[in-house]
Design a protein around this ligand. Structure first.
Ligand code: ASP
Length: 418
């Protein structure tokens, strides 16, 4: 086993951690929920443990993205390639998100998604996170350190690209400084692996804290919405991505999904594409064979702007809310939903429940009441976990396709199993 390989039996241990977390937390939720022990276990075991684990993952995101992007770009032999990678990446991200929300609307229409008839929980809408204007401005921060301190991923990507290009052009002058960045990148990869070896415990706590609070009823009173949403998410994940991998890159989807298991589990348990970046980056580079100059750009950008799962939720939630309040959406409004879902997915932060907040932007612009979001909040926790897994698998799919088209995919590594 090399110093940089993943912890042994990670998937199995993470699954065991998840199952134990659910089991023990349900015991508390259903049988010991009035005890003082309940409060203690919820706060100091599950919540604290889960938060510490998420913090550890987030801790490495910024340096990892910076060093891998800088070392990837500084080793590029020609800069035109960078432009071509960026154009394809962004084009494909917009395309997959558009496809995702359109699929959701078609399924919603075919299955005649109907509204809610019970009592509506109260909800105070929060203003949507970021307009297109703000998002563009975030790409160009006015303070390098500000971007890093604020975890502004698009700004960090921009600064890293700029730095990488300058390093590339001055490598001789600086005595081969790019090698030092390469080495630092290796150190951060090792940190990711060290953190990942605690994943089974981290995931145990995260799952436990969800179940302690909400129990096991993931459906609430919204069975049709929940089932249809899960169905479309799985459809997009398995059918759309498989077809894209096969037709755009002639890659075997089964191998892809097998290697993405851990990434999907991390995304599921953290509900955050951003916190999953370290794991996605490592898997896509080391197991799927995408070279670092592609993965180090495509993955952090994808985690920030590409959210197919979120777009699917937003499409179906808008239909569901329209039907609840008795509004018949017109064809123009459907087109508006597709366009807005693409734009909001760019502005949605890659953290838990962010998509539910930006849903307000879509509802507002098609004239639906924002407080109707209260309807879907009860079931949003589990749906967020599933859609985040879809979001990160979408990022990985696009990185394989872009890498293949740029001759930057090592198919030997992609096809190697076991
Ligand atoms: N949790 C999602 C993510 O991080 C965003 C969302 O849909 O709420 O990708």
């Amino acid at each position: 086993m090399s110093i940089l390989s993943a912890p042994k039996n990670l998937t199995r241990n993470v699954l065991i951690g998840m199952a134990l977390g659910v089991l023990i937390a349900s015991l508390f939720h259903y049988h010991l929920n009035s005890s003082a022990l309940f409060i203690f276990v919820e706060k100091y075991l599950f919540n604290l443990g889960g938060q510490v684990f998420k913090n550890l993952l987030m801790l490495v995101v910024v340096p990892l993205v910076f060093f891998s992007l800088v070392s990837g770009i500084s080793s590029l032999s020609n800069m035109v390639k960078l432009g071509s990678i960026a154009t394809k990446t962004i084009g494909l991200y917009l395309f997959t998100t558009g496809l995702a929300v359109t699929t959701a609307l078609i399924f919603g229409w075919v299955f005649n998604l109907s509204g809610y008839e019970g009592e509506v929980a109260s909800f105070t809408p929060v203003a949507g996170e970021a307009s297109l204007y703000d998002t563009v401005l975030r790409i160009f921060p006015n303070n390098i350190f500000g971007a890093f301190v604020e975890n502004n991923m698009l700004g960090i990507v921009f600064v890293s690209i700029l730095f990488g290009i300058a390093l590339n052009l001055t490598d001789e002058l600086t005595g081969g400084m790019s090698k030092s960045f390469e080495r630092l990148n290796t150190v951060f990869l090792k940190i990711v692996l060290l953190i990942m070896s605690f994943a089974p415990v981290g995931v145990f706590c995260l799952m436990g804290s969800y179940v302690m609070a909400k129990g096991l009823n993931i459906f609430g009173d919204l069975a049709q919405y929940v089932v249809l949403l899960i169905f479309v998410l799985l459809f997009h994940l398995t059918v759309t991505y498989s077809l894209m991998l096969k037709f755009f890159a002639n890659l075997n989807p089964f191998i892809f999904f097998q290697k993405m298991r851990n990434v999907a589990l991390f995304a599921f348990s953290t509900s955050s594409s951003a916190a999953t970046i370290p794991v996605t980056l490592k898997t896509v580079t080391d197991d799927l064979g995408v070279k670092k100059d592609v993965s180090s750009f495509v993955i952090p950008v994808g985690a920030t702007i590409n959210m197919d799962g979120t777009a699917i939720m937003q499409g179906l939630a808008t239909m569901f809310i329209a039907s609840t309040v008795g509004v018949d959406l017109t064809l123009t409004q459907y087109a508006q939903i597709v366009l807005l879902a693409i734009i909001t997915s760019i502005g949605t932060a890659a953290v838990p429940s962010a998509g539910t907040v930006t849903l307000a932007l879509i509802l507002g612009s098609v004239g639906l009441p924002l407080d109707a979001i209260g309807l879907i909040l009860a079931v949003d926790r589990i749906l967020d976990m599933i859609r985040t897994s879809v979001n990160v698998c979408g990022d990985a799919t696009v990185s394989c396709i872009v890498a293949k088209s740029e001759n930057e995919l090592e198919e030997k590594i992609f096809n190697k199993l076991g």
